[in-house]
Design a protein around this ligand. Structure first.
Ligand code: ATP
Length: 361
């Protein structure tokens, strides 16, 4: 096991800087997920930890040892790719043992490691098959098995579940969680899927355009996002953002008027300095934080457009002027398209952001 530390890590491709000084401390045995939209630099960060990509500045340490100039094979890591990268002409058993055999690992030890990996991943009965005779989920298990037999200090996963269908993805997600608990080894996992990040991670690193927006435990990011980007990225369906303007400040509270809801106002207590009167702000409300009319601090009228019934809950897609809102409701309270409805916002269940996207606390 080993901690992984990134200090001011920079990556440039030619004149383009795509990682702008990343500081990340992954603790020994921790499961950390790098998440962010396409092109944010998360795969590049992972590949720099693996040694598959040079770093342009800063320092990477694994187990307390700086590895900037250490070959990938000597970093004590094993990487699992989206594409599985199995050898098609070899059996599962040969795929699992190949790397160890090439390194001249003693035969008995190789057999022990392969047997253990097969047991952990429950693929013992597939050992004689070729990759093409396996399902997608089984192939991904073999790819993970190849990482396990190396007995690495750190596992690196690069979008390992992207090629699987939705059901298998959920199943493999649980398997990877179980694997982490069983092995207790440091794992770093890259995905663009915030649900995967929320369910797998001890801590999440949210990336955006080469910058770290926030690092924290999944529910801390959900309840207390540092800014509008994190608030909008974490959570599904997404947080709603309502345009508003500051119309007054009194003591420790600020009063905002919603731009698209007939002058509806909300009084929100703040711990920091209040924004200036007249400032344009944005009120963030999660779909599950729209309450029944009269239950909150500020009622707004909307027109239901589409209702999605998921069984346990329903999501109502509603309009209010130019604003599209997603409202969560108990499934029993079904609403037809075109229905007018009034929902209520609670000051304590909403977040305020300034025009730049920074939280106003
Ligand atoms: P995705 O989820 O789409 O894989 P990502 O967050 O993993 O995205 P990276 O693959 O790390 O993103 O790429 C980050 C940025 O660096 C992108 O803008 C990409 O075009 C650029 N990039 C990646 N590799 C190279 C390269 N070899 N040469 C030039 N630019 C590159």
């Amino acid at each position: 096991m080993a901690a992984v530390t990134l200090k001011n890590v920079v990556k440039r491709f030619g004149v383009f800087e795509i990682v702008h000084g990343a500081d990340i401390d992954v603790e020994d045995g921790e499961f950390v997920v790098f998440v962010g939209p396409s092109g944010c630099g998360k795969s590049t960060l992972l590949r720099m930890i693996a040694g598959l990509e040079d770093i342009s500045g800063g320092e990477i340490a694994i187990g307390g040892k700086v590895v900037n100039d250490v070959e990938p094979a000597d970093r004590g890591i094993a990487m699992v790719f989206q594409s599985y990268a199995l050898y098609p002409h070899m059996s599962v058993e040969q795929n699992l043992s190949f790397g160890l055999r090439m390194n001249g690992n003693p035969k008995a030890d190789t057999e022990r490691r392969v047997k253990r990996a097969a047991e952990i991943l429950r693929i013992a009965e597939l050992m004689k098959r070729r990759p093409r005779q396996l399902s997608g989920g089984q192939r991904q298990r073999v790819a993970i098995g190849r990482a396990i037999v190396r007995e690495p200090q750190v596992f690196l996963f690069d979008e390992p579940l992207s090629n699987l269908d939705a059901e298998l993805r959920v199943q493999m997600r649980v398997e990877i969680s179980r694997l982490h608990k069983e092995l207790g080894v440091t794992m770093i996992y890259v995905t663009h899927d915030q649900t995967e990040a929320m369910t797998l991670a001890d801590r999440i690193v949210v990336l955006n355009a080469g910058n770290i927006e926030q690092i924290g435990a999944p529910l801390d990011l959900y309840d207390d996002p540092a800014n509008r980007f994190v608030a909008g990225f974490v959570g599904s369906p997404k947080m709603n953002f309502l345009a508003a303007q500051v119309v007054g400040n009194d003591g420790s509270a600020t009063v905002v008027e919603l731009a698209n809801h007939g002058g509806a106002r909300l009084r929100k207590s703040l711990s920091g300095a209040p924004p200036a009167v007249g400032a344009e702000v944005v009120l963030g409300v999660r779909p599950e934080h729209f309450f029944e009319a009269g239950e909150g601090d500020c009622d707004i009228a909307v027109k239901a457009d589409v209702a999605e019934h998921l069984g346990s809950v329903s999501y109502i897609y509603a309009n209010a002027g130019p604003e599209e809102l997603i409202i969560e409701r108990e499934a029993s309270r079904q609403r037809a398209t075109g229905d007018h409805m009034v929902v209520s916002i609670k000051a304590g269940r909403s977040l305020l952001f300034d025009k730049s996207g920074a939280r106003i606390r």
